[in-house]
Design a protein around this ligand. Sequence first.
Ligand code: MRU
Length: 346
Amino acid sequence: MEFKTIEWKGDYIRILDQRRLPEEIRYLHCKTLSSVIHAIRSMAIRGAPALGVAASMGIALAAQKIKSNRPEEFRKEMKEVCIRMEQTRPTAKNLFWAIQRMNKILTLIDRYGVEQTRRRLVEEALKIEREDVEVNRRIGEHGKRLIKDGDGILTHCNAGALATAGYGTALGVIYAAWNDGKKFQVYVDETRPLLQGGRLTAWELIQEKIPVAVITDNMAGVLMAQGKISLVIVGADRIARNGDSANKIGTYSLAVLSRWHRIPFYIAAPISTIDLNCKSGKEIPIEERPRKEITHMAGKRIMPPKVMVWNPGFDVTPHTLIDGIITEEGILRRPFRNSLRRMKVE
Ligand code: MRU
């Protein structure tokens, strides 16, 4: 992939502005914590693993800007920084997981002192970024055997290089199979309201010369009924202990349709997306997004001014509808709690 979703530049973070894709390749130069927070909230950067990387780099950046070298003051300011970062987006577990890793570094201020803690925070953020790409490649290696020549693969939203530090999760599986020489057709839901499928996934796959057709979100059923889909692979934002998985709104409908048509339905996600504190999907916090994302398109109002809307960013697919969860350690199967134990995640 030629582009980099996010890059640490020493005194700023360079973020590819995904709101403008595919028409324009424009980078944001985030020099402050507030600008990173704004990039996350406004979805200039999005996708669970990418949010983890952005959060850790944002925290490392904020640490460089704090003037005080007194451990007490530094600790207090950094605590505020982490709280602000936690309030950016609620659903992606990877964001909270990355903040936790940064917090661990902060607990050792007394041992290392402020100056060294600043350096260690940067090192940790870069490590989270590096590990993400490696993990995605391993997800790809485990998942690629699910794909056969001639498959029709349906995906939703964007779980590709743009949603991660590189390569992607669901798209990582597709890239790995394609690089092995398998030939197949990808279909992607446009993914209303923000069109991550039509804008981002299609853009990524076209660059890799992988055949891709965009469909609107209401077309999957008929495509399945016509026998054109043999596999569904999507990403996840948070996976509960029983395997219930939150992903972009519309994923649940695909899982129901897949079961009816007896099509295998897989989630591809790193272990950092699994939240052992959530017993089931009922405990996963679901983000509610602004009404304007639905009532407007390309800046133009397309609905009556006072109409009521509901705009949840995610839905939860019950574990009973999921055939497997492709992780960097292998493919988890139902009952997911047992395979989590076997994989020593729990
Ligand atoms: O609202 P978004 O665009 O951040 O939602 C992204 C998704 O739902 C992805 O499928 C998920 O984060 C997995 S990304 C590898």
